[in-house]
Design a binder for this molecule. Sequence first.
Ligand code: COA
Length: 386
Amino acid sequence: MNIDIDTLTNEWDELSREYSELEDCNRTYIELLEQLHSHQQKCFNEIKHQRYRMNQICASLRQFKNVQSPDEKEKIANLEKNTIKRKAQLHEIEQSLPAKSGRYLRIILGDVNVSILNRNDKVRYKDEYEKFKLILNVIGLLMAFLNLLFNYRVLELSYIFLLVWYYCTLTIRESILKVNGSRIKGWWRAHHFISTVAAGVLLVWPQGEHWQLFRKQFMYFNAYISVVQYLQFGYQKGLLYRLKALGERHNMDITIEGFHSWMWRGLSFLLPFLFVGYAFQAYNAWTLYHLSYEPVDAPWHVSVMCGLFWVLFIGNLTTTLLVVPEKIREKTKERYRLISMGKSMKLRKMMKQNSISENDIDIAAENSVVTNVTSSLEDDGEKKCN
Ligand code: COA
């Protein structure tokens, strides 16, 4: 190696020039972050303002309950429709803004921001959550069958431990989904908390006569639930696929139509399997109730599991029975929600494509592309805010 010191000094000078470019780039980035923060605050304030004025208009509208003239009736109906539409639009704008984590997430993860600020990424995260459930359910199904074939304590405990971990992970993922605007009902989240507790109780249930009498039924129940979860995956995956299509198709009406007709077909296929599952839960509770008396000296786990299965049965049945009427009642709201969501997904995709084509035109001018994209995002934020 015969490099002289002057060459090294020249190389260092060149590196220093590149470093000052890096510093400039970083400065621009920090400035953009500052601007981003101030635009976020502006959006929050404007959303608050929109909601405040909308509430005032809604309150005043109530005075027009007994109007007779068709012209006035039409104007009232229009205002009501616009209110529903605006609520959906505001909700969609909120999806691009950071949201605070709930208490549960703060306890588990600490005060960290888990907001996903892009609707397309939110859909991707949900997709991943569904895939996670699917994989774990396939493993669960295999383990349930293995436990039916072999009565080994280690195998049994591994399966129950997997259930504890699985449900615990679901509660965390669902809390993240909730922060990111998912409308998942409180009961389904509570259901997974209760399931974690139930799996924990099973883990410490001593291997005795009572457990041996319940064991086989429990494994069959889990195998059935895994199959139902597979069907649920098919349903949710179908909805997600159609949701993604909303961000791609030009004629949104057709896609919303397709979304709804698929949803109703999917639901009518899935519901009978769900109700059989709930009947199985009630049957488990009933069996455990009898086991708490006969044979004598039942451990406390029997009664606790009996109570938990009753709670799951009642909660699941009530919530699922309420889903269909709620979907019929909130048809208009749902339609506007999908329209706003589709528009937002398309907008983000267009911006991404813009940034890619600019990149193709002038790869070297990376900084200017960043600035262009950010300014178009800012413009969009301004439009939404104004
Ligand atoms: N677990 C997790 N998320 C659920 C959920 C569940 N059981 N049920 C609904 N969600 C989510 C939906 O994906 C949707 O999310 P999004 O806002 O991010 O798009 C949101 O909650 C609102 O869903 P909703 O419109 O009320 O219902 P749906 O059409 O998506 O699903 C059912 C309706 C009945 C099919 C669904 O609730 C379900 O599968 N329930 C049965 C669960 C069960 O009983 N499990 C035990 C088996 S015995």
